[in-house]
Design a protein around this ligand. Structure first.
Ligand code: FE2
Length: 248
């Protein structure tokens, strides 16, 4: 009894998002990137999402140079495969859609010219930078994306180490209209202290627009249930419903 009094209360994912959560970043389609390895794996991950109250999912396979050469056809074929399996398994309360997580490389610039991009919703696209360095003319690239009619959402800005000592870049990107999507796992220290610290600072400075799980495998779920600390709840409260506008 005495122990319980001193035990810190951590809200479960479902308690943190009582109205549900529309996830816009994950890797759930089978065998097309570094996420789900098989159809079985996909279904297991989706069931784990369901267990924590996430029933709206737009999953985002990587499209990354020569490493992950996914196309809208490949992605949509895999999506249909998983949707059929969900029906077969009588899992009918999940809304599963697919877009992509685009690495801003030369391949992307070609796709942008062709205007052949998968959007999260309307004109919103999910983009990422390399973890080694950002594209040289990053502000011009963001501008070019906007000129082509898309709205870029930068995935996990807190994970780019080269920005940690160049905080001004975050402000510059925001000023030109780039949206930011924080990885919830960062708040559970999953990517280390530095990414955690930056995640908190971005939230404190109101620089985050959207949230995502970036789930790749089932081990990630145990971390999702660790984010509901008093401090994080306070930081996340203003953002809890932001992802609703991206619901398909
Ligand atoms: Fe991702």
């Amino acid at each position: 009894m005495l122990l319980n009094i001193f035990k810190k209360k951590i809200l479960s994912f479902q308690e943190l998002f009582p109205d549900g959560f529309n996830d816009i970043h994950s890797h759930l389609l089978p065998d097309i990137d570094d996420g789900a390895k098989s159809l079985e794996d996909s279904i297991e991950l989706i069931q784990l999402f369901r267990n924590i109250g996430i029933k709206n999912i737009t999953t985002t396979p990587h499209i990354l140079g020569e490493v992950w050469q996914n196309t809208p056809t490949i992605i949509n074929d895999k999506l249909n495969l998983v949707r059929k399996e969900l029906i077969k398994k009588n899992i009918t309360d999940i809304s599963l859609n697919a877009a992509a997580e685009y690495m801003l490389d030369d391949v992307f610039m070609e796709l942008l010219k062709e205007k052949n991009l998968l959007t999260i919703k309307d004109d919103f696209i999910l983009v990422e930078f390399s973890y080694i360095n950002h594209p040289e003319n990053v502000l011009d690239i963001i501008f070019e994306i906007q000129t082509q009619g898309y709205k870029p959402i930068l995935a996990h800005p807190e994970r780019y180490n080269y920005f940690h000592k160049n905080i001004d870049m975050y402000r510059k990107l925001k000023q030109i209209g780039c949206y930011f999507q924080l990885n919830l796992l960062s708040l559970a220290n999953y990517y280390g202290n530095e990414a955690h610290k930056i995640a908190v600072s971005l939230l404190e400075n109101n620089l985050i627009d959207f949230l995502g799980t970036d789930i790749h495998h089932k081990k990630h779920f145990s971390f999702l249930n660790k984010i509901g600390t008093k401090k994080n709840v306070k930081l996340l409260r203003p953002l809890l419903r932001n992802n609703e506008i991206l619901k398909k």
